[in-house]
Design a protein around this ligand. Structure first.
Ligand code: TYD
Ligand code: MG
Length: 454
């Protein structure tokens, strides 16, 4: 059967049956190229009556031991992986260029190699001499890691088959190319085919493969999202460029909990792990000031305390500004609307800035109450007591919903020297020694209690 041709847009990934100069999906010019279909897909004919082979069915119950896991010794990385590296797993590490992915993976490779895992590091971006220099700077020159600088995937796989490593780092997937796919390295079809080959190689040979993927803004180079569904584990390495903190976040993990984070600090000698992130995130906090509130959050299985900072100022513009760093802009609009509609506190004509200190990104709804408190404190120019941690979700009616893991949040706050906490009522009753817990039922009550008006 003749193989059908297919074309796809490198910007939006839409597929077409013929080439054209402009993508109908996203309007991008000159972004459509021919792609080799992974398979020709279902044909027009049905299967008919012809018999196939029977396949073997098995039971769920098993006496097999769970897949072995190897710990690398860097606690923050082991936890994000779900308790160590699983043999034969495919892992994607995404992140902005220059955030520190190569540094992290070279350090991880050295750690795994030291704990007896046969490790190969394949760089498609840097020459071996460059990787070696970096290793020297990180003090890892003696680690038994094998290096290669190569981009041809067929050669890489042939080498891996001969060498039989247990862990392979591919830096990055966007530089790999397959000679049977007729488009440039970095295009959607190359990236997808390369990831597919590497993932099936990992499963077939029981080798763990870590692929690096750069997050890209323009459509010419495919981002890591196009391969997320193929791999077992997806980790994103995030952080603000100006800050030294870096956060490794599991967004998908077939072998462990998702949403787990590992916190690192970028130093002159590479990344060092931060075992107590709350202390670090709060270390830059000065005297209690208006607009600053401490949120007791949960990231994965671990409580993390962060400072929320808000600034509210009269706006010189007809359209007041709403600027958010580290939190969701849509959620901020919602909190402002609830404050206005349910508590009668207008923010019209006021610029609102919200910042999560330390370059952390928060997605938990339980941060709502802390944000509302920061906004009110900034607007009223009154500081909340410095030793108070806050959390709770706000619903559109203005009611407060209990947040999960109240006890863990309070314990972390107590450990860091906080003596009071504000949390929604409801849920089971918790008391932690040394923490005066104030329970509030709705936002109006909260405003009345802490800011005198309602
Ligand atoms: P890199 O790992 O090359 O980023 P990526 O692979 O994600 O593109 O890291 C690049 C940045 O990290 C670079 O701007 C310098 C900084 N860096 C340090 O601050 N200290 C170090 O020890 C190293 C190796 C890098
Ligand atoms: Mg790199």
């Amino acid at each position: 059967m003749a193989k059908s041709k297919s074309f796809s847009c490198s910007a939006c990934n839409a597929s077409f049956s013929k080439w054209s100069g402009r993508c109908e999906g996203c309007g991008e010019w000159n972004s459509i190229s021919q792609t080799a279909a992974l398979s020709t897909g279902p044909g027009k004919k049905s299967l008919g009556n012809t018999r196939g082979n029977t396949i073997v069915l098995s039971d769920l119950a098993t006496k097999d031991t769970p897949p072995p896991r190897t710990l690398c010794g860097v606690g923050e990385l082991d936890r994000v992986l779900g308790g160590g590296l699983v043999a034969g797993s495919a892992i994607l590490v995404g992140g902005d260029p220059g955030i520190g992915k190569s540094t992290l993976l070279l350090q991880a490779a050295a750690q795994f190699a030291h704990s007896g895992v046969k490790t190969i590091y394949v760089s498609g971006e840097e020459a071996t001499a460059q990787v070696r220099m970096r290793a020297q700077r990180l003090g890892l020159a003696q680690a038994p890691v094998k290096l290669a600088a190569e981009t041809n995937l067929r050669d890489i796989l042939t080498t891996l088959e001969a060498e039989k490593p247990q862990l392979v780092i591919i830096d990055s997937i966007q530089t790999m190319w397959i000679d049977t796919v007729d488009s440039a390295p970095g295009s959607v079809s190359q990236v997808r085919s390369a990831a597919h080959e590497l993932t099936s190689f990992a499963k077939r040979n029981n080798v763990s493969i870590v692929m690096v993927g750069h997050v890209t803004k323009d459509g010419q180079i495919a981002g890591p999202r196009v391969v997320e569904h193929m791999v077992d584990t997806v980790l994103y390495f995030e952080g603000e460029r100006g800050h030294q903190f870096r956060i490794l976040r599991a967004v998908k993990n077939r072998f462990g909990p998702a949403d787990e984070i590992g916190v690192f600090e970028m130093t002159g000698r590479g990344l060092s792990e931060v075992t107590n992130p709350s202390a670090l995130f709060l270390s830059e906090r000065g005297e209690p000031s208006p607009g600053s509130v401490v949120f007791a959050g949960i990231e994965g299985t671990r409580p993390v305390l962060v400072e929320m900072q808000a600034l509210v100022a009269p706006s010189p513009h007809s359209q007041p500004r709403r600027t958010v760093v580290g939190w969701d802009g849509g959620r901020l609009a919602m909190i402002l609307a609830v404050l206005e509609a349910r508590c009668g506190i207008p923010f019209a004509g006021l610029d609102v800035y919200l910042n999560v200190a330390g370059g952390m990104k928060i997605s938990e709804p339980a941060a709502d109450l802390a944000v509302a408190a920061a906004l009110l404190s900034a607007r009223e120019d009154t500081a909340l007591p410095a030793d108070t941690a806050i959390f709770g979700e706000i619903s559109l009616s203005g009611a407060l919903r209990p947040a999960p893991q109240t006890e863990n949040r309070l314990k972390e706050a107590q450990k860091l020297g906080f003596t009071a906490a504000i949390a929604p009522s409801g849920g089971k009753s918790v008391s932690i020694k040394g923490i005066g817990l104030r329970r509030v039922t709705d936002l109006t009550g909260f405003v009345g209690d802490f800011f005198g008006a309602g």
